[in-house]
Design a protein around this ligand. Structure first.
Ligand SMILES: Cc1cc2nc3c(=O)[nH]c(=O)nc-3n(C[C@H](O)[C@H](O)[C@H](O)COP(=O)(O)OP(=O)(O)OC[C@H]3O[C@@H](n4cnc5c(N)ncnc54)[C@H](O)[C@@H]3O)c2cc1C
Length: 322
């Protein structure tokens, strides 16, 4: 029997942790093994209990004031100590910026393989997993297997469904870990002004692309968003090149899953579409009836955003107040 056993999940982001528990449970059931959640932080009893109610058989908790905020070295030393001691066979880690930094460091420390940003993970052989991820800027899908254990995989938010909450019993085990001192020091953290609902959690999104030539025209999208109680999002050039937004939607940005996605002046190339394919309904407003977005949109409004957005805003206003 292999010295490696069990499926572990970890994310410092609790909603993502719950999603990982769903996939982790599926893998653990197939392999007839235990699902373990790792909870690191300060005062994290509730998070540990929640992990049990979302499917964990066992939770290892390192509760230490030094873990209150993320510090790669400290988190790494806690995870490295646990994994060396208990030897999980599979370890799913949330693909946040911190999670990816941690997974790569952990893999190096354990001298094992790490596949980042997995969009699919399946059990394909006795205890062996296969992962799929988008590569080459969204132009290909790579299928990857591990040759070493633990098999470390990072998973982006909203890739897998959060499982149902069920009152369950599980073992919650407090563990002491020697925490390495960080080599950098966080001097200050200033929250950015962000919209109330995170774009990846929004139910309706009005998204802006390079069809908007002037920043003041974004007011059109904002007005439509107000009427629909939606969030305003954008394609990458509006954030990265024009600096009108601080984040964007797509392969290298946020992956979204709204009920309604209105793409205004967005061409819909593969890198953008990779982030919106799970939207229930996609509406495209575009002057070009042959723009790639047309291929995947459910409704296409061929026309200029400067005319079409105010027109549909008015129509929604009337309809929703009727
Ligand atoms: C590695 C890599 C990762 C990337 N990641 C992302 C990502 O995560 N997200 C992302 O969005 N992009 C990403 N990109 C960039 C991507 O390749 C495209 O350049 C980008 O998505 C194009 O944005 P756009 O659709 O707003 O602009 P364009 O492609 O220029 O499209 C503008 C559209 O607006 C229409 N239009 C113009 N004027 C009007 C008008 N007045 N009314 C109505 N329609 C009008 C045009 O017909 C056109 O279809 C990435 C690129 C690379 C190389």
């Amino acid at each position: 029997m292999s010295e490696y056993e069990g499926v572990w999940v970890f994310s410092e982001n609790q909603p993502l942790m719950l999603e990982l528990l769903g996939k982790g449970r599926e893998i653990a059931d197939k392999l007839q093994t235990e699902l373990t959640a790792i909870v690191l932080g300060s005062g994290v009893k509730e998070k540990a209990e929640e992990a049990v109610n979302y499917g964990a058989d066992k939770v290892y908790v390192v509760d230490d004031p030094k873990l209150e905020t993320f510090q790669a070295e400290r988190y790494l030393s806690a995870l490295a100590s646990l994994t060396s001691q208990y030897k999980p066979e599979t370890f799913l880690i949330g693909s946040t910026k911190d999670g990816k930094a941690l997974a790569a460091r952990l893999a190096t420390r354990l001298n094992t393989g790490c596949v980042t940003d997995c969009l699919q993970i399946e059990v394909t052989s006795e205890k062996g997993l296969t992962a799929r991820k988008i590569v080459y800027g969204g132009n290909a899908i790579a299928t990857i297997t591990w040759r070493t254990k633990p098999q470390i995989a990072t998973v982006p938010p909203r890739t897998f469904e959060k499982p149902e909450f069920k009152e369950r019993k599980g073992q919650i085990i407090q563990v002491e870990a020697e925490l390495e001192e960080p080599q950098t020091e966080k001097v200050e953290v200033k929250p950015l002004e962000v919209s109330q609902v995170k774009i990846e959690e929004a139910d309706v999104i009005v998204s802006c692309g390079r069809g908007f030539e002037k920043k003041e025209d974004l007011a059109l999208a904002e007005e439509l968003a107000k009427v629909l109680n939606a969030q305003v999002g954008c394609s990458r050039p509006l954030a990265e090149d024009r600096k009108w937004f601080s984040e964007w939607i797509g392969l290298s940005g946020h992956k979204v899953k709204p009920s309604l996605y209105i793409a205004c002046g967005i061409s819909g190339v593969i890198q953008h579409v990779a982030g919106i394919r799970d939207s229930k309904i996609i509406v495209a407003i575009n002057t070009d009836e042959n723009a790639p977005i047309v291929e995947m949109a459910d409704y296409i409004i061929v026309g200029d955003i400067h005319e079409m957005i105010p027109a549909i805003t008015e129509a929604f206003k009337k309809h929703l107040s009727a």
